[in-house]
Ligand binder design. Structure first.
Ligand code: FES
Length: 143
């Protein structure tokens, strides 16, 4: 077998062996590219829990945390706000931006007001807003 024959046979054999895998791989990546976007989890319902704000991120103005699917923030003026954490676009947890007093999704940049209203897409559904009530150092977050 000369060099030309060798490459001809190996090349054809490799191509024949890999072609189905490539097609399968291509088909699978095409299908994931064409799949619908992940659906965000529904906003928590029946919410009623307490948080201690005497320490941790809620002890200082501008701090926030995510608990039970809800982002709870202490604004720069010291009030507490709470909205569902999962971005309504694809479900990434939003971050609280104290300087703007709003919520920003780090994934594709959706923005929500302090009450959860969409102010910039690609999200087109509001976050759910929750009630907060402070007694001493105990913050109640509830539906
Ligand atoms: S997941 Fe939030 S903007 Fe896309």
């Amino acid at each position: 077998m000369n060099r030309k024959e060798f490459f001809s046979r190996v090349g054809f054999g490799a191509a024949a062996a890999l072609l189905p895998a490539c097609i399968a791989g291509l088909a699978s990546s095409c299908s994931s590219d064409n799949s619908t976007s992940p659906s965000p989890a529904p906003a928590p319902s029946g919410v009623d829990f307490l948080l201690d704000v005497s320490s941790g991120s809620l002890a200082t103005n501008g701090g926030y945390l995510v608990s039970q699917g809800i982002v709870v923030a202490r604004t720069n003026s010291g009030t507490f706000i709470a909205v569902s954490a999962a971005c309504t676009h694809e479900g990434t947890n939003v971050n609280y931006v104290a300087s703007a007093n709003d919520f920003l999704c780090p994934n594709h940049g959706a923005q929500f007001s302090s009450t959860g209203v969409v102010t910039r897409g690609p999200a087109n559904t509001n976050l759910k807003q929750y009630n907060t009530s402070l007694t001493g150092n105990s913050l109640r977050v509830y539906s």
